[in-house]
Design a protein around this ligand. Structure first.
Ligand code: NAP
Length: 506
């Protein structure tokens, strides 16, 4: 129990509790998830002097999405110098765009170098959160374990952590192997196999070129062709690694340059501007250069604005589709059968394995587990019409609860870690305020949250994401609760100010 609690107004009641050996200890901050956001939060909290931290992680290893996404070809489409923490730069990146194993090694390095492993309780799966307004304490219910009590909770479980097979007719009847991109089975040998890949999103375009190298036949089932742009990847020369190690400021300068290049892309990707047209021309030229067959080119041509869905950065996807053992199928899928996939024109494509690169169950209309705030209010019910928060990190009625990658914090053009860092800094400031003020809780005002969201939704209406395509950014009825309608610089600016008048300090 932290010192400030002993001095709180009802300290008498609490200190009697503290004397009771059976009383449950209240952790100052409990973090859910040991991926980039969870570990980054722990590092920055400690730097701010907040050290009573526990991290619960449902897996057996740190790494989050980079531990889970180990499919062949998995890599990041943002340069590594920018897809890493500014406070923990890695001079040794081997490529411009690192693969998932190297990113996972970086995350493991963060945990090791910052001595975070003793804080992590592995195989702790959160089932629910309940806030007690009288005590100002969260109770964290866990599967098959004693609950944990915490003053503040940081939700860092990741927006793309729940991989699920899509709801397709007949999926349970398929007799062959089923693999999801985010739950890769490395023991399955693709050599000589007939493989179907469902999906042509960011994961699929990385998997397909690798499968084509080993499988006998690869059939790619495309529902919507995406915009593809070249990725300027390269092997890092030894001299830059040596320079970055010796002179960290040189790596910071490169990071800065990359940041501003990505910021400028927002002009074409987020809003419909002449730059959108220029990027589309680049995408069209790239397709014309890489795809020789006119009919295949037609099938691969998107019918929505660039930026509306995530842009696919890849040099080897189009060439892979044109290999003799690869076939693009753009007929919609009718159902899955015992032996393969039946498309609507009546053909059954018999395969040994189906790879589902079909994405994730994203919590746009709810939380990943029940969250009950002040007076028992239910966040799932409140978010059923679309998730909303204040500055993406806090929700009115749910005090001392913080979200990383909460509602409307997603970037389309810049590194997610840039956004994550400013969310973490905000959370650290708020938790620091709680401790400094010896407060029971901090709750964002409902009217401040409403005003913030009215503005966000007005701005979103003018973006390419809301321009008519279907994507995981939008709920079934078209509500955008995922993306931030602005530059990363604007997001950082809003997170840099903690406006106390927007809160109830109790
Ligand atoms: P995704 O972008 O949601 O793509 C899923 C694909 O599966 C889409 O092509 C979708 O078609 C298709 N699909 C889904 N359900 C289907 C169904 N019932 N029938 C037919 N097709 C279906 O998922 P993802 O590729 O796994 O990527 C998710 C996110 O992960 C990305 O947006 C990105 O944020 C992240 N990611 C990042 C990287 C990186 O390099 N940084 C790499 C991989 C993933 P439609 O387009 O028609 O919906």
């Amino acid at each position: 129990m932290t010192q400030y609690l002993d001095k709180a107004p009802d300290a008498g009641r609490r200190s009697r509790k503290a004397a009771d050996p059976s009383a449950v200890k209240v952790v100052e901050v409990l973090i859910v998830g040991a991926g980039f956001a969870g570990l980054g939060s722990a590092i920055q909290l400690r730097k701010a002097g907040i050290t009573d931290i526990a991290i619960v992680e449902r897996g057996t290893e740190v790494g989050g999405t980079w531990r889970d996404n180990q499919y062949p070809g998995a890599a990041c489409d943002i340069p590594s110098n920018l897809y890493s923490f500014s406070f923990a730069q890695n001079p040794g990146w081997t490529r411009g765009y690192s693969g998932s194993r190297e990113i996972l090694a970086y995350i493991k390095g963060l945990a090791r170098d910052h001595d975070l492993l003793p804080l992590i309780r592995f195989q702790h799966n959160v089932e629910a959160l309940h806030f007690d307004g009288g005590e100002g304490v969260w109770t964290v219910t866990l599967t098959g374990r004693e609950p944990i009590k915490a003053r503040s909770v940081v939700m860092a479980q990741g927006p793309l952590s729940n991989a699920g097979f899509p709801n397709m007719r007949g999926i349970e009847t398929f007799q062959g192997k089923k693999i999801h991109s985010a739950r890769w089975d490395h023991s399955y040998d693709f050599a000589g196999k007939r493989v179907a890949v469902i999906g042509t999103g960011a994961s699929a375009v990385q998997i397909i070129p690798e499968l084509v190298k080993v499988a006998d036949k690869v059939k790619v089932f495309q529902r919507t062709p995406g915009w593809v742009l070249p990725r300027f990847d390269f092997q890092s020369p030894e001299w830059t690694k040596a320079l970055f190690a010796k002179l960290p400021v040189s790596q910071t300068a490169v990071r800065e340059a990359m940041y501003w290049i990505h910021e400028s892309m927002a002009l074409g990707m987020i809003w419909n501007t002449p730059m959108t047209k220029a990027l589309e021309i680049l995408g069209n030229r790239f397709r014309e250069a890489q795809v020789k067959d006119a009919w295949l080119r037609r099938q691969l041509t998107p019918d929505f604005k660039i930026g509306c869905k995530r842009v696919l950065m890849t040099n080897d996807y189009y060439p892979a589709l044109q290999k003799p053992n690869c076939e693009l199928i753009s007929w919609p899928i009718a159902n899955i059968s015992e032996k393969g996939i039946r498309s609507v024109e009546g053909l059954e494509h018999q395969v040994d394995c189906i790879v589902f690169a079909t994405g994730f169950e994203v919590s746009k209309n709810g939380t990943p587990f029940p969250v009950h705030g002040l007076g028992g209010r239910d966040l799932n019910a409140e978010w059923s019409g679309g998730a909303q928060a204040y500055k993406s990190v806090q929700v009115s009625g749910y005090p001392n609860l913080y979200f990383t990658f909460g509602p409307n914090s997603g970037p389309g053009h810049n590194s997610a870690l840039v956004y994550m860092e400013s969310q973490i800094d905000y959370i650290v400031r708020s938790i620091g305020r709680l401790a400094a003020g010896k407060l029971k809780y901090i709750d964002v005002r409902a009217d401040a949250q409403k005003t913030y969201n009215v503005d966000i939704q007005k701005r979103l209406a003018k973006t390419n994401w809301n321009s008519g395509c279907k994507s995981w950014y939008l709920s079934a009825d078209g509500f955008n609760s995922t993306m931030f309608p602005g530059f990363a610089t604007q997001f950082a600016k809003q997170m840099a100010t903690f406006r106390e008048r927007d809160y109830r300090l109790v």
